[in-house]
Ligand binder design. Structure first.
Ligand code: NAD
Ligand code: ZN
Length: 360
């Protein structure tokens, strides 16, 4: 599979047990690299670090590994600075290549290091989470500022994505479900029959086969890639990727980051967006059966009663995508056909309350 962007096309290698090919594929996209810097987190290093290093060393490549703490905390100035110091101390140069080996956190961090080290050097994404089917594609790389998530970043496309589904065997269920929410999102904004097939075949995330993983990761990447190809710099269509995220982000912030996974919050946001879409466009998307399916998968299907609708509205107003108190929502005219709609806070307040009392 190839990802087309205005900057450059790049390949995606997807398969089960393909880590053995990383050296060969890296050399096919990066000519004669001086050094390889693997940036990874502690968890992934402990599980798979040795394997990746030995695969690369077999190709006589000069390999170094920089390990950062696991989790969102590593998308910080401090960790970013440490990675740059590591790169300088070890004499990386413009001919060096960075490998982002981990989930979305490592992908965003290592990508930003690659984007800025000596004004930009190549990097390869080797994702190890399901959510990374989303984050590894599209070239958005960033770290967080204490005043806002992903506020310091760049657009820097990788030279390749090498996705081995073997890694997902050790990923905790909560993380699988979080990534699966984005797979479902890609379905809702692009392809009705894909959503129907998911609903027919996936009833639990406990026993997903490697064929199923490859099937929906491939689809998720294709949808994201199609949108990114048309809108690399997020001026138009890329906004559709926010389906479920307006309310999802508000929920995450209101509950406190880490109290609910990103995917669970987005799943809840998608349900509200579906309910609202049916109402606004007078359509029948079989909301009830979608909600039952979400429940079966383990997604939260309603918002905890302790959370005030007013507080959620306040959060949505503060969202960086909100302009003049008009809250922007991605709705569906049909499954696979997203549209942008803006609401004033009063209207949205009534809808949200109605959904919480009747729709949920
Ligand atoms: P993550 O990278 O923190 O990984 C989740 C947890 O799983 C971590 O503790 C990690 O150590 C562990 N882990 C990773 N691989 C594992 C494996 N194979 N087995 C066992 N444990 C493993 O989080 P994530 O959910 O992958 O990514 C979230 C980040 O992605 C957020 O910071 C978000 O902003 C970013 N993101 C970026 C984009 C983009 O376009 N750049 C898109 C979506 C999300
Ligand atoms: Zn998301």
């Amino acid at each position: 599979m190839m990802i087309q962007t205005k900057s450059r096309p790049y390949p995606v290698f997807l398969g089960d047990g393909i880590i053995d090919n990383v050296g060969e594929w890296l050399l096919s996209v990066c000519n004669n690299p001086s050094k390889i810097l693997i940036i990874t987190d502690q968890t992934v290093k402990d599980l798979y670090g040795g394997k990746l290093e030995s695969v690369l060393k077999a190709f006589d490549l000069d390999v170094l590994t920089c390990v950062v703490p696991s989790g969102e905390q590593s998308k910080s100035f401090e960790t970013y600075y440490k990675c740059l110091t590591f790169a300088l101390e070890n004499n990386l140069d413009r001919e060096s290549v960075i490998i982002a080996f981990g989930g979305g956190v490592v992908g965003d961090l290592a990508g930003f290091v690659a984007a800025t080290f000596m004004r930009g050097i190549p990097f390869i994404q080797v994702p190890t989470t399901l959510l990374a089917h989303d984050s590894a594609v599209g070239g958005k790389v960033a770290i967080n500022h204490p005043l806002g998530k992903n506020m310091i970043g760049a657009f820097h496309q990788p030279h390749a994505i090498i996705y081995d589904t073997q890694f997902l065997k050790t990923l905790p269920l909560l993380e699988i479900r979080s990534g699966f929410a984005e797979v479902v999102k890609h379905g809702f904004i692009n392809d009705r029959s894909f959503v129907e097939n998911l609903m027919k075949t996936i009833h639990s995330l406990n026993h997903v086969t490697s064929e199923q993983l490859q099937w929906f990761i491939r689809k998720g990447i294709e949808v994201k890639a199609e949108i990114v190809a048309e809108d690399e710099r997020e001026t138009g269509k890329r906004a559709f990727l926010n389906f479920g995220h307006t309310l999802g982000h508000a929920l995450e912030a209101e509950l406190g980051y880490g109290k609910i996974s990103h995917g669970d919050a987005v799943a809840c946001g998608m349900l509200f967006a579906l309910w609202l879409s049916e109402k606004i466009f007078r359509k029948d998307f079989q909301y009830k059966s979608i909600k039952n399916w979400f429940n079966e998968i383990g997604f939260p299907v309603k918002i905890d009663e302790t959370i005030q609708t007013e507080s959620l509205l306040e959060r949505m107003k503060k969202d960086k995508k909100t302009v003049h108190s008009q809250i922007r929502f991605v709705l569906l005219e049909d499954i696979g056909n997203p549209v942008l709609k803006t609401f004033d806070t009063h209207t949205l307040y009534s809808f949200l309350n109605e959904w919480r009392t009747e729709g949920c």
